[in-house]
Ligand binder design. Structure first.
Ligand SMILES: [Zn+2]
Ligand SMILES: [Zn+2]
Length: 230
């Protein structure tokens, strides 16, 4: 599998292009911005972008969808239905996050309404990209329509903002729910196996085994402060 990471937006989001080496079929996971740089990589490597595959609809993950879709208008845009409201409200998202309106332009956070979605992810569907097979798992908690993409044969999971090296996604944004996020991680991500490499929406790559052993949200260290025992 070809995996190219582009760090985008003031939030240092990991936008990725994934591709099948044999067929050159490709997807872009979570284009935060930098559409021209992403397109240059796709074209220079002779890849065929079949879809923009979104883990969830926070602005740092979808801000580049419009520009990338203008360059590759045949690419599908796929998102879980429970994040559609967030997606179509992209222009207002920075305001929900408390960023003053007069600072949006300087931060590069002035957005148009993104293009119409092609379809919605279904929990449990198998999504093929050439010879790659991604299992789509609905993992709400950080955002209501968050999904992860697991390539189980190649032992890799693209976990968006559910699980990070040493941390987990924030749950204080609209639609977030701490208990639900912990359940998503415990029931959907950890069972993929300790040897699975985790490619997160922010920060470094890790493995499920390493996070199970050391991540304070999974080892129990942080449970008390989150009121889980109250
Ligand atoms: Zn997010
Ligand atoms: Zn993010």
């Amino acid at each position: 599998m070809i995996i190219e990471t582009f760090i985008t937006t003031p939030f240092q989001q990991n936008t990725r292009v994934l591709a099948c080496e044999e067929t050159r079929r490709a997807v872009c996971i979570d284009p935060g911005d930098s559409a021209n740089t992403i397109a240059e990589f796709i074209n220079a490597n002779n890849l065929d972008l079949q879809a923009i595959t979104l883990t969830h609809a926070h602005l740092d993950h979808i801000g580049g969808v419009s520009d990338l879709h203008k360059i590759f208008p045949h690419a599908e845009i796929i998102l879980h239905k429970d994040d559609e409201d967030l997606y179509y409200n992209l222009p207002a998202q920075p305001l929900f996050m408390g960023i003053p309106r007069d600072e949006l332009k300087a931060l590069g956070l002035e957005y148009e309404t993104p293009p119409t979605l092609t379809r919605n992810w279904q929990d449990g569907e198998i999504y093929a990209v050439g010879n790659l097979q991604f299992k789509i798992l609905h993992c709400p908690g950080h955002a209501p329509g968050h999904i992860i993409l697991a390539e189980e044969n190649l032992r890799k999971v693209f976990s968006g903002d559910c699980l990070f090296a040493g941390s987990i996604g924030r749950t204080d944004l609209p639609g977030g729910d701490y208990e639900q996020l912990i359940n998503s991680i415990t029931d959907k991500i950890l069972p993929l196996g300790d040897d699975v490499t985790v490619y997160s929406g922010h920060g470094d790559d890790t493995t499920i085994g390493h996070e199970k052993a050391t991540n304070p949200f999974l080892t129990g260290v942080y449970q008390i402060t989150q009121g889980r025992f109250a």
